[in-house]
Design a protein around this ligand. Structure first.
Ligand SMILES: C[S@@+](CC[C@H](N)C(=O)[O-])C[C@H]1O[C@@H](n2cnc3c(N)ncnc32)[C@H](O)[C@@H]1O
Length: 205
């Protein structure tokens, strides 16, 4: 089973497995999985400059005040799949919340994921963002087309209800919209992130 699903762990996994009584399991796991198996790992302490300065030639995802742990998990998962440079979430909701970790199938460990409780005006400058252009993804922007997303962009997405703040849109270098049929006002947040990231990925040479 390990050899098929995670060949890189074959040989080391067995020595790291411990069987514990149900009451200990309940104490260890805030969200009880039906499988009866949990992995315990240390959360990496990732700073914002580390994410912004990630040298990977790929965009990062900046979520402004997301409210749903389900969306946070789905965003981390697709960001890992696309090969994004990282995910930053501002606001009250920790992207490392157990529900978000489950939603991401643990892919938080595949790329830098940082929590910035406050969106700092200090990142409004390109230098503070590691030279990354700030691209607002917003239904009111210009139509998104293949090739429009710069390689090292910081792609900013708004919260589920309010969308992007006025401050963030004002700080952005450009604003792009995912085309929709008339009568549809917006996509789900995680869906919008997936479309934008794949628009970048599929346009790569
Ligand atoms: C559920 S939407 C927010 C809806 C909000 N009422 C608004 O008008 O922006 C959450 C976020 O997903 C992104 N989004 C959703 N649909 C989009 C679209 N068609 N074009 C660009 N961004 C979109 C935006 O970043 C938005 O802030």
């Amino acid at each position: 089973m390990t050899a098929a699903l995670a060949p890189d762990l074959a040989g080391t996994l067995d020595s790291n497995i411990t069987v514990v009584p149900p009451q200990v399991f309940r104490q260890l796991s805030p969200v009880l999985p039906a499988t009866g198996v949990i992995a315990i790992a240390q959360r990496p302490q990732t700073s914002l400059p580390e994410v912004f300065n990630n040298p990977a030639p790929a965009p990062l995802v900046l979520l402004e005040n997301p409210r749903s742990h389900g969306n946070l998990g789905a965003v981390v998962r697709v960001a890992a799949a696309v090969g994004a440079a990282g995910v930053i979430a501002t606001g009250e909701h920790d992207p490392w919340h157990p529900s978000a970790l489950v939603g991401a199938a643990g892919l938080h460990f595949a790329l830098p994921v940082a929590w910035a409780e406050q969106w700092g005006k200090e990142w409004a400058g390109s230098a503070e963002r590691g030279g990354r252009p700030l691209v607002a993804i917003d239904p009111a922007g210009a139509p998104l087309q293949p090739g429009l997303i710069p390689e090292r962009a910081a792609l900013a997405f708004g919260s589920e209800r309010e969308g992007l703040s006025r401050e963030l849109r004002a700080a952005a270098d450009c604003c792009l919209a995912i085309p929709m049929q008339p009568g549809v006002s917006s996509l789900n947040l995680a869906t919008a992130v997936a479309v934008a990231l794949y628009a970048w990925r599929l346009a790569r040479p």
